[in-house]
Design a protein around this ligand. Structure first.
Ligand SMILES: [Cu+2]
Length: 457
């Protein structure tokens, strides 16, 4: 039987970094396990209806086999070790070797069969978020199906009826299982020209996720409700999140899903975009408006589109400033403006490594190499061509280049700024601010007076 051969023949170019687990599951598609944390090249379909594949940031798409016209995938729910950034490895639960699991790409109208093998230490299910499907395939443990016991394989089967941007995640002990990293992306491509879906040159996707990993530990705390300290895109943190590299004037789609416990206003610099879809499907063009930030609430998907017509290295990040930091203790006192001269010397006699954090703001910490417990995410260590970027967490860079080749997703390196286009230091005299010279009485004259009627409303 030739399915496996066909499958590998076409997918061969994309198989670098993948290893195929030998398995005793004779009749099942062999599970494909991903060992690399790099962004895999797009998985160009070699069977079934054609489509333009997506690129998953620091992730990959799951190969399938065709079986009598049905697309068969095999997901393995299992403990994994995810490298969130170099030197920072976290014990998670995921699928097929990684958290998040692989992106599943199908085409509108496809008949899909997904085998789910449970190698976790407890039962699980998978819910196919946003899909139209028979009720018994919706994956809510107890409500729609018995949970998948440890060591067992269940089969989900349905038609991908609606094109759009979706995700999958457990609906059994979901607080624990999502806190441990179990989630994945799902894209259903349109089967032909669709009035609300444009063809794009680059199509990126990733999930927003959050973890509570105590400094020095290796396993997330699973009962955290609000106090997450690791803010991630696809279980990676800046500067370990790959950049989104595009060619000048490319039409670009970016799909984002949020499986954290809070909302994330996702912000792109230098370009306006349109929100062209939600997990409810593509939005009709007449309902769209331009934004530079779009809020992705808990459990939502958003897909945005733009023409990348400004060259450069453009920041792309969550606009909640705490979400571009990592491994933060939230109980750090505000030290801005506090003068510690004298005090530090005294303390250092007792505690030689003592240092004061943040008396001139916290920018120093981007450069500071403080000793931190083993296996702790650095707080903010991304470095650009002009110095520390002072961000971590949910932050990446949208790189627009004239000479980026079509289909080339490699990082082109730092932007070469044309001469005279970078903010520069003023070399002339700096006059004193006029306000400083204003006599007290004159300043008072401009103060806001109480309402003359004196009445309270
Ligand atoms: Cu955020």
């Amino acid at each position: 039987m030739n399915n496996r051969r066909q499958f590998f023949a076409g997918a061969a170019a994309t198989m670098a970094g993948l290893s195929v687990a030998r398995s005793a599951l004779a009749a099942l598609p062999e599970p494909v396990i991903q060992t690399s944390v790099d962004t895999a090249p797009p998985l160009v379909p070699n069977t079934g209806r054609p489509y333009n594949p997506v690129v998953t940031l620091n992730g990959w798409s799951l190969p399938w086999r065709m079986s009598n016209g049905v697309k068969e995938f095999h997901l393995v729910a299992e403990p994994v070790v995810r490298e969130m950034s170099p030197g920072f490895k976290v014990n998670m639960w995921g699928y097929n070797g990684q958290s998040p699991g692989p992106t599943i790409e199908v085409v509108e109208g496809d008949r899909v069969r997904i085998f789910v093998t449970n190698k976790l230490p407890e039962h699980t299910t998978i819910h196919w978020h946003g899909q139209r499907l028979p009720n018994g395939m919706d994956g809510v443990g107890g409500l729609n199906q018995p949970a998948i016991p440890v060591g067992k394989t269940f089969v989900y089967e349905f038609e991908a009826r609606r094109p759009g941007t979706f995700m999958y995640h457990p609906h059994a002990d979901e607080m624990v299982q999502m806190a441990m990293g179990m989630m994945g992306f799902w894209v259903t491509h349109p089967k032909g020209k669709h009035p609300h879906i444009s063809e794009v040159d680059r199509d990126f996707c990733f999930l927003l996720n959050a973890f509570d990993v105590e400094p020095g530990s290796k396993t997330p705390k699973v009962n955290t409700m609000t106090d997450f300290n690791i803010w991630a895109m696809n279980s990676r943190i800046f500067p370990a999140i790959d950049t989104l590299n595009v060619r000048l004037n490319d039409r670009v789609r970016i799909r984002v899903g949020n499986l954290t416990m809070t909302n994330h206003p996702i912000h792109l610099h230098g370009h306006e975009f349109l929100v062209t879809g939600t997990d409810g499907g593509p939005t009709p063009p007449a309902t769209r408006w331009y934004e530079v930030t779009t809020d992705v609430a808990v459990g939502q998907m958003r897909q945005i589109e733009l023409i990348a017509d400004e060259e450069g290295d453009w920041a792309f990040h969550c606009h909640k400033s705490h979400h571009t930091m990592n491994a933060m203790g939230h109980d750090v006192p505000t030290m801005v403006g506090v003068d510690h001269r004298g005090l530090v010397n005294k303390i250092q006699r007792v505690v030689p490594d003592y240092m004061v954090m943040g008396e001139r703001g916290m920018a120093d910490m981007g450069e500071m190499q403080m000793p931190i417990p083993d296996n702790t995410a650095p707080m903010m260590t991304g470095t650009g061509q002009f110095g520390p970027i002072e961000m971590g967490g949910m932050f990446s860079v949208f790189k627009v280049r004239k000479d980026q080749k079509p289909g080339d997703y490699k990082d082109p390196g730092p932007y070469k700024f044309p001469q005279g286009t970078v903010a520069y230091e003023w070399a002339g005299a700096t006059p004193a601010a006029p306000r400083a010279a204003t006599p007290q009485g004159k300043a008072d004259a401009t103060a806001v007076k109480p309402h003359s009627s004196g009445k309270h409303h």
